[in-house]
Design a protein around this ligand. Structure first.
Ligand code: TPP
Length: 646
């Protein structure tokens, strides 16, 4: 059956349709998104909410001349479908296929490779300032639009940008996509403020009434201009929804129905010619049009593959790589949450912090059990770290659970508010290493380098759940800043040597061999064990495997003895080459004057790793068991491993 969508290969095609046709097109776009995401996984709820908004934006603007910036850009699926990528859309998030975020390599309509929240307003303001310096100005000059969610707008950086935009008077339109949700419900005073604004009458409709009201001011007061002016302003800000944004220097409009193409098109056309900073507040429904997602937008914020059977959503498991040890189908985050809850029941100083990710970081159960010892600070990682510093100064033992990539923006707080104060705060760093289909914006490849550079920090990584729980216990006893990193994968079943205490700065030797050694950090330990088994069974080589446990302080004695006792040593980790665990070992060898010609690094390359499944990424970088085994074979034959030649 032919459809409207089949005829849309660019936004120009879209502009040939009528507004009622656009409403039907929205249904078709939505169906395609659900169909594809059920096969690929992806950010379903947010995308379903912005279909009409995306259509209306491309209808009213020409984003080859105008500029469109998506915040986070996890909600860009309809944008991709409408900007010439409909036929490739089924490859979403797959190796070699379309990215799940805007990607400058894919289309001239994608201006940034974004995946972190709160960056759109600054970027759009930068574009607007750059355009103002260029030649294309005036009524018909290009317009810059940023689309940002109600969760992201509270994340600090947008306020810095709006503060600047208001002052600079830049020609910038911010579309606030308000669906009341971050990943979970939006939190904080701004969320409460938006609740109030949401229930007020739209400002577009009130303008006329306001003018009428203000025009009828008693003539006796007209001489007292200043007073009249102030009273007018007072009335205006009391009666106008969105007064907060007006105070920041934005013309506020809304709230309007962001799931009505008609209302959107009429508002956008009305606002397009307005100069200076404009904020259009649109109300949308997260998960709209797909009942399971609108009923449970949190579950479908970032969904795995699924299928529908009898109206029920059935999760489809990703195929597991062969040769891996059995997994417990539990996440590291769950173990963190359980361990913290257990310890918190006997230690009233323990409190937990998340930056808008209670589910993702495994803290939901802790939050349910200890609601008054749990802080969700919204998407504000910097504030989360600063808060942890303050809580610890007040005698508490804060634990901040956060994804590696998002913590990066709080590096100064780690330095200033934590390390410099020697604050006993524990950082539980989830999604450390490669994250699979989300790709480069979400890989956690720099945390070891960041933490290692800060005096006083203990930096560690477990190989399984038991070691993680033991590290949490050790960290909370240590009374100093500590960081534990763990990957985005199911926790492997414990091995024979699992369990027991973890002593700060002590590694664990898991296998002793004579030919070569792998000193592995965190998630690489299980792969090192697999490599040792393959080399033993397939090549008759006996291999030592050390679970390093600590990147700082290193177990110097154990590492120096392994390096001295083997003719080939591989340092395995999932981290960027600069500053990681392997760097720490090489620095140690240099300090001690130990030759490192027989030592090689197996880590991430010095480039961004594209989206693909995590297993595909690890295999392509020779960081899985077979890859590590092959590196050892090459080293023993005297040929450097592939990674060394890269
Ligand atoms: C710095 C940073 N922290 C956390 C995240 C994880 N994250 C992705 S989307 C999202 C919620 C965004 O909410 P909102 O801006 O309201 O957009 P919506 O998904 O509701 O459309 C979060 C917390 C991120 N991408 N970047």
């Amino acid at each position: 059956m032919s459809s409207l969508l089949d005829s849309i290969n660019s936004p120009q095609d879209l502009r040939r349709l009528t507004v009622p046709q656009l409403e039907s097109l929205a249904d078709e776009v939505r169906r395609l998104i659900v169909e594809v995401v059920s096969n690929t996984g992806g950010h379903l709820s947010s995308n379903l909410g912005v279909v009409e908004l995306t259509i209306a934006l491309h209808y009213c603007f020409d984003f080859l001349k105008d500029r469109l910036v998506w915040d986070v850009s996890h909600q860009c699926y309809a944008h991709k479908i409408l900007t010439g990528r409909r036929e490739a859309f089924h490859t979403l998030r797959q190796a070699g296929g379309l990215s799940g975020f805007t990607n400058t390599g894919e289309s001239p309509y994608d201006l940034f490779n974004f995946g972190h929240t709160g960056t759109s307003v600054s970027a759009a303001l930068g574009l607007a300032c750059a355009l103002r310096r260029g030649s294309a100005k005036g009524e018909d000059g290009p317009r810059v639009v940023a689309v940002i969610g109600d969760g992201a707008i509270a994340s600090g950086m947008p306020f810095e940008a709006m503060n600047h935009a208001g002052e600079a008077g830049a020609d910038l339109m911010v579309v606030l996509n308000d669906n009341k949700m971050s990943i979970s419900r939006s939190v904080g005073a701004l969320a409460r403020y938006l609740d109030k604004v949401r229930s007020s009458r739209p400002y577009l409709g009130m303008k006329h009434e306001l003018r009428e009201l203000l025009g009828k001011w008693p003539p006796a007061l007209e001489g007292v201009e200043d007073i009249v002016h102030r009273v007018r302003e007072g009335i205006q800000s009391a009666l106008t929804p969105g007064g907060l944004f007006a105070e920041l220097g934005f013309h506020y409009f809304g709230p309007i129905d962001g799931n009505s193409v008609e209302e959107l098109v009429s508002s956008l056309r009305h606002l397009r010619p307005i100069r200076g900073p404009v904020l259009l507040h649109v109300l949308t429904e997260k998960g709209r049009g797909f009942t399971p997602a609108s009923a449970d937008p949190v579950r479908f914020h970032s969904s795995g593959r699924f299928e529908m059977r009898d109206g029920m959503v059935i999760v489809r498991e990703a195929p597991k790589a062969s040769g891996q040890p059995a997994e417990s189908a539990r996440t590291y985050g769950e173990i963190v949450g359980e361990t913290l809850a257990e310890l918190a029941s006997t230690d009233s100083r323990i409190v937990a912090i998340t930056a808008a990710m209670p589910q993702g970081t495994g803290l939901s159960a802790f939050a349910d059990r200890f609601p008054d010892r749990f802080y969700d600070v919204g998407i504000c990682e910097q504030h989360g770290v600063g808060l942890a510093g303050g809580l610890s100064a007040g005698g508490l033992r804060p634990v901040l659970c956060v994804y590696s990539t998002f913590l990066q923006r709080a590096f100064d707080q780690l330095f200033h508010d934590i390390a410099l104060q020697a604050a006993p705060v524990l950082f539980c760093i989830d999604r450390a290493g490669l994250v699979g289909n989300d790709g480069p914006t979400h890989h956690g490849c720099h945390d070891v380098a960041l933490f290692r550079s800060l005096p006083g920090f203990v930096v560690m990584a477990p190989r399984d759940g038991e070691e993680l729980a033991a590290m949490i216990r050790a960290a909370l006893k240590a009374g100093r800043p500590c960081a534990i990193r763990y990957p985005k994968e199911d926790v492997p079943s414990p091995d024979a040597a699992s369990g027991g205490e973890v002593a700060i700065g002590k590694a664990q030797v898991l296998r002793t061999g004579s030919e070569a050694a792998i000193v592995a950090y965190g998630s690489s330990v299980r792969r090192a064990m697999e490599a040792a088994r393959l080399l033993d069974e397939g090549d008759g080589l006996s291999i030592t495997v050390v679970d390093a446990r600590f990147a700082k302080p290193l177990d110097e004695e154990a590492i120096l003895s392994v390096v001295a006792g083997h003719r080939a040593v591989v340092l395995a980790e999932e981290h960027a080459p600069a500053g990681g665990f392997a760097s720490a070992v090489l620095e140690l060898l240099a300090e001690r004057g130990v030759g490192a010609a027989h030592v090689s690094r197996a880590g991430l390359p010095d480039r961004f790793v594209n989206h693909a499944s995590r297993d595909e990424q690890l295999a392509s970088l020779q960081l899985d068991g077979p890859g590590l085994a092959e590196r050892i074979r090459l080293m023993l034959r005297g040929t450097p491993g592939r990674a060394d030649r890269r």
